[in-house]
Design a protein around this ligand. Sequence first.
Ligand code: CO
Length: 159
Amino acid sequence: MILEIKKYPSPVLKNKAEEVLTITPEVKESILDMIEIVKKEKGIGLAAPQVGVSKRIIVIETEKGVTSFINPEILEKSKEKAIEEEGCLSLPGLYLKIKRAKKIEIRAKNIEGEELKIKAEGLLARVFQHEIDHLDGILIINRIGLLQRLRLRQKLKNF
Ligand code: CO
């Protein structure tokens, strides 16, 4: 394993990640590393920018095991929302209540380059939204209200 988790305030976490045009051996290598890291850290999801790779790739723990999704896009979000506590491997020890859509539909490619459409709800829908946020440079600290943010400012430097 060559990749390591980038922690806040690493600049790569704030960038918009680039679309994957070709699933090269290098892309596959990054995916294998990401899967290894998410298992080792006992996470339920990881986005490529979190290991310093600014590409639109996420890995998520699903009922089929840790699975990769390339160029994931949210096609639909339910109006119904839920608030739950979330953590992030790039913000160790921090847990914040985040409002997310309860159900979503996404489109992505698998590691073979085949297009998939997935409907998710509950925790899985939440994890997809969290990881796709990472691809747009959005962290959970950017998803909270002003009051929670002011309190947090005392905890985090450079925020
Ligand atoms: Co995260």
